[in-house]
Design a protein around this ligand. Structure first.
Ligand code: AVJ
Length: 324
């Protein structure tokens, strides 16, 4: 995950329509609504990105280590879906850790194109990768990966492989996830391949534990958005009068994260005043979980043909290869 801002993740079509691109407008739109909401993309300021890195190392948070184990164990097979002289396009590259596993297994790659909204972070990651993998042209693109963007000239005439790890797709509403896959198809073009990491539906206790860790790092990560509003938007949120809540919503197949007000209170932020009742929440994140079948159906609906799926022995996480 990026050390700086994460690329834009649309929380839902409704929210997107209500909120403009600025953090202040977003906060005013989200906190004026009933129920209140904020987009998960605003978690990732410098402090939030560091907290997310900490989350990925928690014993309860299985997704990152499980996906890394799948990529490592299956790299050879996955590389079989990467055509000769193709360009690997990573959507929303934070760290290049996962891409490096594919790159090491796919010497047939002609270029690596990390796409991220944070150009500064991209430049750092690109420089480090060029040092470590001197044979591979690294062509970073600073763009919002949820919007159409132009691929570098150098890979336009080559086969293209999209890479979207981390179950970041789970932050989208399912309709928006399908729209993202359609957009990726447009950007990558005919004949493209897509490799996507998707967290799977599993025992509710395992899911709940992953977002309610004993060390409360996820709670800090969630509460950090209040700190960010205080710092960047002149807010006066009292962090001790809100608490982290996360639970698996079985009907909607998603983890929901909320910040719950522990008392009746008013808060000033972005030049406005918002009131909270005791128990009222700000809905800060959805993290959708899929079955292998439900993800294949989503991909199919978005115009992709399923090609292969890799999982771990507990079926906690999945990596899919799709073809256009
Ligand atoms: C980065 C969206 C995949 O949903 O598991 C981790 C973010 N939120 N703990 C996830 C997150 C709380 C994470 N994703």
């Amino acid at each position: 995950m990026a050390a700086l801002a994460r690329s834009a993740l649309r929380y839902s079509a409704r929210h997107e329509a209500a909120a403009s691109d600025s953090f202040a407008d977003h906060v005013v739109a989200g906190l004026s609504d009933t129920p209140k909401w904020l987009s998960a993309k605003y978690f990732y300021d410098a402090a939030g990105s560091a907290l997310f890195e900490e989350i990925t190392r928690l014993p309860e948070y299985y997704p990152t280590r499980t996906e890394l184990s799948i990529l490592t164990r299956c790299a050879g097979e996955i590389a079989g879906y990467i055509p000769l002289s193709s360009g690997l396009v990573e959507f929303g590259t934070g760290s290049t850790k996962k891409a490096r596993i594919l790159i090491d297994a796919a010497p047939q790659l002609a270029a690596y194109v990390p796409v991220d909204i944070s150009s500064e972070f991209l430049a750092q990651e690109a420089a480090a990768l060029r040092r470590d993998v001197p044979w591979l042209p690294v062509l970073p693109v600073a763009a919002d990966f949820t919007r159409d963007f132009d691929l570098p000239q150098q890979i336009r005439s080559r086969p293209r492989v999209g890479f979207f790890p981390g179950s970041t797709i789970g932050n989208f509403e399912p309709e928006d996830a399908a729209e993202f896959l359609r957009q990726a198809a447009r950007v990558l073009g005919q004949g493209a391949t897509m490799i996507v990491g998707v967290d799977l539906i599993k025992d509710t206790a395992v899911l709940n534990a992953a977002y309610n860790d004993a060390a409360s790092v996820t709670a800090q990560f969630n509460l950090n958005i209040l700190m960010r509003m205080n710092r960047e938007l002149g807010g006066n949120f009292d962090l001790s009068s809100f608490r982290h809540r996360a639970f698996y919503n079985i009907e909607d197949h998603r983890i929901e994260m909320h910040l719950e007000s522990l008392k009746d209170q008013t808060v000033k932020v972005a030049g406005r005043t918002f009131s909270f009742e005791t128990g009222e929440t700000i809905h800060t994140e959805n993290s959708y979980k899929y079955t292998i079948e439900s993800f294949r159906a989503l991909a199919r609906e978005a115009g992709w043909r399923w090609a292969a799926t890799w999982t771990d022995e507990k079926n906690y996480f999945s990596v899919h290869a799709l073809r256009l």
